[in-house]
Design a protein around this ligand. Structure first.
Ligand SMILES: O=C1O[C@H](COP(=O)(O)O)[C@@H](O)[C@H](O)[C@H]1O
Length: 256
């Protein structure tokens, strides 16, 4: 059995290259709706972690607006975030702000939202990470061997530096244990964030890495090669227990 970098079983890996960013967004949103539909044929409660970033936000928007949501049992759908910036509700810095209206609409239809608390709700980023970990814990998603449940799909935007969620190359948060980590001194602003740990990401059934644009090509190439250079790229380290999918547009695929 193949194992991921945290020792979890690692399933199959596939690379899907789309002709352009628009097609990548539309196909990934449809793929996500169908993945939830498939998962709901096995389990009622299905857990998805969305991602921010340029293409990730567009995927979230397209997914939340998709007609395919009509096929889902929204009362069994849980929406988490792979990471969130430590900023107040409604701040332009937050990953969930661009889709706040769509998320509220889905919550009215019964979906369960799991936003990360910002400074308007908790004292500091450590408290936000703890509260998010408690919420994951309540869903049985604890990281490590104790997990009784797993995220079904984790979407991760790949940064130009190879970061995923708020796990940056060479940053201490990359080695954090538990299910969430409070990130200080993020090299990309804002400096304070909350991220899922590699353990929870690697425990997910499916991990989907999104790459769009030429500025991602080098990180994608190194990530796909499992590059062990220094610093190690976070995108090279993560995997899902059933499947790891690299969902790219032509520009990001580069030579891949
Ligand atoms: O800061 C972040 O960046 C990544 C990637 O962003 P992109 O704009 O380069 O695509 C994102 O996936 C992550 O969720 C976010 O917090």
């Amino acid at each position: 059995m193949t194992r991921g970098s945290t020792g979890r079983p690692a399933g199959t890996r596939a690379v899907v290259v789309h002709p352009d960013a628009d097609t990548l967004v539309a196909a990934t949103a449809a793929r996500l709706a169908l993945a939830v539909l498939d998962a709901q044929s096995l389990r009622r409660e299905v857990h998805v972690a969305l991602t921010g970033g340029r293409v990730g936000t567009r995927v979230a928007e397209a997914f939340l607006a998709s007609d395919l949501l009509g096929a889902l049992d929204l009362t069994g759908l849980h929406l988490w975030w792979g990471d969130e910036r430590f900023a107040a509700d409604g701040s332009a810095d937050r990953n969930d702000t661009p889709v706040a209206g769509a998320l509220a609409g889905l919550a009215e239809r019964g979906a369960h939202l799991h936003p990360v608390a910002g400074p308007d709700r908790v004292a500091d980023v450590e408290a936000a990470a703890r509260a998010y970990a408690d919420e994951l814990d309540a869903a049985g998603i604890t990281g490590g061997a104790d997990s009784t449940s797993a995220l079904d799909v984790v979407l991760l935007g790949v940064g130009p530096d190879g970061h995923v969620a708020s796990l940056f190359p060479g940053h201490a948060a990359l080695e954090a244990g538990g299910s969430t980590v409070a990130v200080h001194d993020s090299p990309k602003p804002p400096p304070q964030r909350v991220s899922l740990t590699r353990d929870v990401i690697d425990g997910a059934r499916q991990v989907w890495l999104l790459g769009s644009g030429a500025e991602k090509a080098e990180a994608v190439t190194r990530g796909l090669a499992g590059d062990a250079g220094t610093p190690v790229l976070p995108c090279a380290l993560v995997s899902g227990t059933d499947r790891t999918l690299w969902l790219l547009d032509l520009e990001a695929a580069g030579d891949a």
